[in-house]
Design a protein around this ligand. Structure first.
Ligand code: GLA
Length: 386
């Protein structure tokens, strides 16, 4: 939505004009999947697909929120912020406001219009983009000094405790802290991070949505999280000081895996190997070895398919079709899985043909179309006056 259009809608819904624009990003993850909540390193990057929030401070005792595709105004009372958990839309905003307030931010009344270009349920973290953009808007209007990492943490808390999804920190961190043309190597156990240039030369990343209908992703996600927590508990019987599952080397894992039952063992094996792949992928990228990087992406997908079991026919088909292309170096699912997106490393000059052929073959195999996005890697949070 153009800014002018957004202003018109703002006037229609709230009266008057928006004064500020706050944005936070959707993300991809180059590699390091389902390891953030195990204390592993992840390698995400913020996208040009974003949640744009047009805002105005009112100073009253309510926050009014509305979305460009849901033109109804939801009113959140500032002294009752804990009572909106069951809202279908507006619960993320309420959760963020609630936990900011709990942490001492003096929440003030405002009107916020959300125009989110991150497709919902796509594995590109639309929820993190909504949370983080809300967190920055409310912090700015509260007139407090804030730190973007703290905003990411409050946003994660809202998702965990208010929306009930036990996610790790990757999405909110990338949404807030992304940097143009860089991926973030983030250690999820310490929150130390390093920006690494996402330099792909003649290649680029193609993001494709398998468009599988969104179905119980949150509950399946929470089950995976429980399984790896079980693995950690079992392993700690012989390694009581192990800080997290991601701290296990593959060699150590082989020595303790007798403690784990079938599925739990497979989940842990994925985590341990995926953490190794992250290290190798960052080295490969820094060395400009894109063939190796592509291979690691493929291995990540196979592990998510066979050991972590979060892919499904649609994502497997989409990434397999990509891999068949001679100008594609590697492809894998990203995010929680069970639907959502893949990323593929594709030669720039071959992108159009890639999209055409993979798109057609996917339609023939699955019966509905995949979506392909034109993406670029951008900054995380932005704040501007209108
Ligand atoms: C979702 C979660 C993240 C992360 C990924 C899997 O996107 O929100 O915290 O666990 O799944 O890597």
């Amino acid at each position: 939505m153009e800014q002018r259009e957004a202003q018109e809608l703002f006037a229609e819904l709230f009266g008057g004009e928006a004064e500020d624009l706050f944005t936070a990003a959707g993300r991809i993850n180059v590699i390091g999947e389902h390891v953030d909540y195990c204390g592993g390193k992840v390698f995400p990057a913020a996208l040009n697909l974003r949640c744009n929030v047009y805002g105005r401070k009112t100073g009253g005792n309510v926050i009014r929120v509305a979305a460009s595709d849901f033109k109804e105004v939801v009113t959140l009372e500032i002294d009752k912020l804990d009572s909106y958990k069951s809202l279908k839309w507006g619960n993320y905003q309420a959760g963020v406001a609630y936990y900011l307030q709990e942490a001492g931010t003096p929440i003030v009344g405002c009107d916020l219009l959300y125009d989110c270009t991150v497709p919902f349920g796509s594995g590109l973290s639309s929820s993190a983009a909504i949370e983080v953009s809300t967190a920055v808007a409310l912090s700015e209007y509260a007139g407090v000094q804030y730190d973007k990492v703290q905003l990411a943490l409050v946003s994660q808390k809202a998702e965990n405790k208010y929306a009930g999804v036990n996610c790790g920190i990757m999405d909110q961190f990338a949404s807030a802290m992304g940097k143009k043309d860089h991926a973030i190597l983030l250690d999820c156990s310490t929150l130390e991070y390093e920006y690494v240039p996402l330099k792909l030369g003649d290649y680029c990343i193609v993001v494709a949505n398998c468009n599988k209908p969104h179905n119980l992703v949150e509950s399946k996600y929470n089950v995976r999280r429980h399984e790896v927590e079980t693995a950690l508990k079992e392993i700690r019987k012989v390694m009581p000081d192990l800080p997290c599952l991601a701290a296990l080397t593959p060699k150590q894992f082989n020595e303790v895996k007798y403690l784990l039952s079938g599925v739990v063992s497979e989940r842990a094996e994925h985590v341990v190997n995926e953490c190794e792949r992250v290290k190798k992928a960052v080295e490969a990228l820094k060395a400009g070895d894109l063939v190796e990087l592509g291979q690691l992406l493929n291995e990540s997908h196979y592990s998510l398919r066979d050991l972590y079991e979060v892919t499904g026919r649609e994502l497997d088909t989409l990434s397999a079709l990509a891999r068949k292309e001679t100008d594609c170096l590697g492809s894998r699912m990203i995010g929680a899985g069970f639907g959502g997106c893949t990323i593929s490393i594709v030669k720039k000059s071959a992108v159009d043909g890639f999209i055409r052929r993979v798109g057609k073959a996917y339609y023939d195999a699955i019966g509905y179309r995949a979506g392909f996005y034109e993406t670029s890697i951008e900054d995380g949070i932005t704040v501007s006056k209108l």
